[in-house]
Design a protein around this ligand. Structure first.
Ligand code: SIN
Ligand code: FE2
Length: 216
């Protein structure tokens, strides 16, 4: 898969370095669109989106599900990776090969070879949904990068630094963009601004984000 195809689609560069070890690959997921959509539909049929609760008792505005050998969950007892979907009592759906391939190729393009994710968090943002600044630090292996795929409505991705107080830079992510961060920026704070309303030709009034991680 080459990103050059998209150089002429947008006036943004196909590859945008946003920090040391962090890059946005514009439109990188688009060639896989015909396979991605049915794969996502299958995951959501087995493990429907749900709005989880934070340990502090707040219900998240982003609805989530997972695929992979483990999935990220939060409830009153804390955050964790769990092999079992607490809603169904069954294992999470397996990670479809097309998702594994997308994550692996994007990571390699971002400079991280041999990425082997075991978890894919699927986030659904409806208008107004947001994700406050946080670090991805529930994993045990920080050598592997984070690969984050945006589909559907555009969002403003906030990418900060190693400290919560570092002022985040706002990056607009649109359908098919993939952000990869690892190495020196693996633990950088990031989040998503409240989603603006709109209508996407394939995804309707929502944004779907896939976050791939190697948890152990
Ligand atoms: C996340 O940090 O888990 C999701 C980021 C995004 O939705 O772009
Ligand atoms: Fe995150």
């Amino acid at each position: 898969m080459t990103a050059d195809l998209f150089d002429t689609v947008a006036d943004l560069p196909a590859r945008e370095a946003i920090a040391e070890g962090a890059v946005i690959l514009r439109g990188f997921a688009r060639p896989l669109e015909p396979e991605l959509i049915p794969a996502l539909r299958e995951i959501v049929a087995q493990a429907p989106f749900r709005r989880m609760f934070t340990p502090g008792g707040y219900q998240m505005s982003v609805a989530m599900t997972n695929c992979g050998t483990v999935g990220w969950v939060t409830d009153r007892s804390g955050y964790r990776y769990d092999g079992i979907d607490p809603e169904s009592g069954k294992p999470w759906p397996a990670m479809p090969p097309v998702l594994v391939r997308l994550a692996r190729e994007a990571a390699a393009e971002g400079g991280f070879d041999d990425f082997a994710p075991d978890a894919c968090l699927v986030n659904r943002y409806e208008p107004g949904a947001r994700l406050s600044l946080h670090q991805d630090k529930d994993e045990t292996d920080f050598a592997a990068p984070i690969v984050s795929v945006s589909l559907g409505l555009p969002a403003i991705f906030l990418f900060g630094g190693p400290k919560r107080s570092d002022k985040p830079v706002r990056h607009r992510l649109t359908h098919g963009d993939v952000a990869v961060w690892g190495g020196p920026s693996r633990l950088f704070f990031h989040g998503v601004a409240p989603l603006a309303d709109g209508e996407h030709a394939l995804f309707g009034r929502q944004r779907i984000n896939l976050t791939f991680r190697k948890t152990r």
